[in-house]
Write a protein that binds this ligand. Structure first.
Ligand code: DGL
Length: 275
């Protein structure tokens, strides 16, 4: 895990004081939250895990858009001045609808970094691991059309992976079996660079690296997302406030608190949210 700046104290209740709002279908966006806290240690962060509805990867675009509208409304009411969609699947389907609905709210999406992957690849063969829904989206196809150039992009949908991560299986025999199966087509295609196209996957990045081998470089997008959010937050020129971290979930609050403790080493009490 990355080293962390001292963690802000958890807030007791939701407030409308300015913060960066962050959401994901579940625990995946915590990988973005971790980077946000590293890049902006003094800034209030408010995270919502829509765990009752995870995974999004096998949901319809209509369902995903609807949930994103509800979650954004909640975070906006709670004081979000910048919104981070810490979810590739939500970005693929809903970012345009959110920007239309909240034209004055700066919104940062999370998308597979095809351009940096093409630049980093030595053999021009890159792999993308992402949800079925991300891979079948028009936005993802557009990214490839715009940025792949002459590189070959091998898109690997990973059904089942988020389900295991959501249940806390970060290192089980079932996870290893599934990873071997999902990585095989990428190995057969001879890719030398693989993008983590879902924010859940960095939570099991060591396991993915072990299956693909050290000759394959894995690329992440969380740092770029956090830096973009930091830039937008800086542009707002807000007066400094006390840093606080709010964690909410539409699922089991105790389960989220213990996941956060285990995966990030942060001791925070998550709250339940019914929206
Ligand atoms: N973490 C999300 C993503 O980046 C969503 C995964 C899911 O819920 O299927 O795509």
């Amino acid at each position: 895990m990355n080293s962390l700046a001292p963690l802000p104290t958890p807030s007791g209740s939701a407030s409308a004081s300015p913060c960066i709002g962050v959401f994901d279908s579940g625990v995946g966006g915590l990988t973005v939250l971790r980077e946000l806290h590293r890049v902006l240690p003094g800034v209030p962060l408010h995270y919502v895990a829509d765990s009752a509805n995870a995974p999004y990867g096998q949901r319809t675009p209509e369902f995903i858009i609807q949930r994103c509208l509800v979650l954004t409304e909640h975070l906006h009411q709670a004081g979000a001045q910048v919104l981070v969609l810490a979810c590739n699947t939500a970005t693929a389907h809903a970012i345009s609808a959110l920007r239309q609905r909240w034209p004055d709210l700066p919104i940062v999406g999370t998308e597979p970094g095809i351009k940096p992957a093409v630049a980093a690849s030595r053999n021009g063969r890159i792999g993308v691991m992402a949800t079925t829904s991300t891979i079948s989206s028009a936005r993802y196809r557009g990214l490839i059309e715009r940025h792949a150039g002459t590189a070959q992009v091998h898109s690997q949908a990973c059904p089942g992976l988020v389900d295991l991560i959501e249940t806390g299986e970060l290192d089980s025999p079932a996870l290893s079996r599934l990873l071997r199966e999902l990585c095989l087509p990428l190995q057969q295609a001879g890719v030398d660079t693989v993008l983590m196209g879902c924010t859940h996957y960095p939570l099991i990045q060591a396991q993915i690296q072990a299956v693909l081998g050290p000759q394959v470089q894995l690329l992440n997008i969380e740092t770029a997302v956090a830096q973009q959010a930091a830039r937008l937050w800086g542009e707002l020129k807000l007066p400094a406030t006390a840093a606080e971290m709010v964690l909410e979930t539409t699922g089991d609050a105790a389960a989220l608190s213990s996941f956060v403790q285990r995966a990030l080493g942060w001791q925070l009490q998550a709250r339940s949210l019914s929206i």
